[in-house]
Design a protein around this ligand. Structure first.
Ligand code: ADP
Ligand code: MG
Length: 262
């Protein structure tokens, strides 16, 4: 495809590891440097939509309609308060979509097939996944060039990672041969906690240079921001969490450049 659109899926089947926070703040950081960015909210919880201040009544066309094949990404994307950043919101309707499309031959490709026109409009598309390796996440993996995996700095961080990596392998062998792991980002790091340091060591030992140098600290400003419908980067640019997400964005861009050059 002769366009420069990069589609990155943010996935981890564990909940509460920082997927949505990473989607929102990485997207904001990319938009701040002039990239045209779209988030696709594929979680029925709709945390990315809420965290970006999109009211329920402004979710006429949501990712549900996209997966049903009833709408195009371009029609579903709504602008956010962040310049250059739009979002395809989600609603609870997504909970039923697996059943609705279960019998369709193209059920794994619904997202990918709806993206054609969006590819010329946006330079980065980030897909925020639900905490499950279900059909929604498979749609996100089928549509992406790369996957970004947030891992929370806690004792069980590596547990479940091999299952996720196996799924990525299967997707690569069956539906999306070009899919690569962009990287693994350690989140909610608390430097006062010795265990967290141990987890960072372990993850780096197992996953090597797949792990970004940037580590996202646990930061109360980051957790407050969504209740104001704002990315942390807008809510408090100078807090340690926002600064870490800006640094992560530059690593992501560097890796995307290497991937496109390869
Ligand atoms: P997921 O999308 O993987 O379920 P979230 O991004 O929603 O995870 O994060 C889970 C919770 O942790 C949210 O309440 C969020 O505000 C909080 N959180 C995420 N990252 C941080 C951070 N760096 N510091 C403090 N709280 C965080
Ligand atoms: Mg989430």
């Amino acid at each position: 495809m002769a366009d420069n659109c990069r589609v990155i899926t943010i996935a981890n089947q564990k909940g509460g590891v920082g997927k949505t926070t990473t989607a929102i703040n990485l997207a904001t950081a990319l938009a701040a440097i002039g990239e045209r960015v779209l988030i696709i909210d594929l979680d029925p919880q709709g945390n990315a939509s809420t965290g970006l201040g999109i009211d329920r009544e402004d979710r006429d066309i949501s990712s549900h309609e996209i997966l049903l094949g009833e709408a195009d990404i371009i029609d579903a994307a709504v602008p956010t308060a962040v310049p250059n950043l739009s979002i395809v919101p989600s609603t609870m309707d997504l909970l039923g979509v697996e059943m609705e499309i279960a019998d369709a031959d193209d059920r794994v490709f619904r997202l990918r097939n709806s993206m054609e026109r969006a590819r010329s409009r946006f330079s980065y598309v980030l897909v925020d996944c639900p905490p499950s390796l279900n059909l929604l996440t498979l749609n996100a993996m089928a549509a992406a060039q790369s996957i970004l995996v947030p891992l929370q700095c806690e004792f069980f961080a590596l547990e479940g990672l091999s299952q996720l990596l196996n799924t990525v392998d299967q997707v690569r062998h069956s539906i999306n041969p070009k899919l690569v792991i962009q990287g693994i980002v350690l989140t909610m790091f608390d430097k006062r906690n010795n265990l967290a340091l141990q987890v960072v060591d372990d993850v780096r030992t197992h996953m090597g240079d797949k792990v970004y140098e940037t580590i996202i600290p646990r930061n109360v400003r980051v957790s407050e921001a969504p209740s104001y419908g704002k990315p942390a980067i807008l809510y408090d640019l100078n807090c340690a969490g926002s600064q870490a997400y800006l640094q992560l964005a530059s690593e992501v861009i560097r890796r995307e450049r290497q991937l496109t050059a390869a």
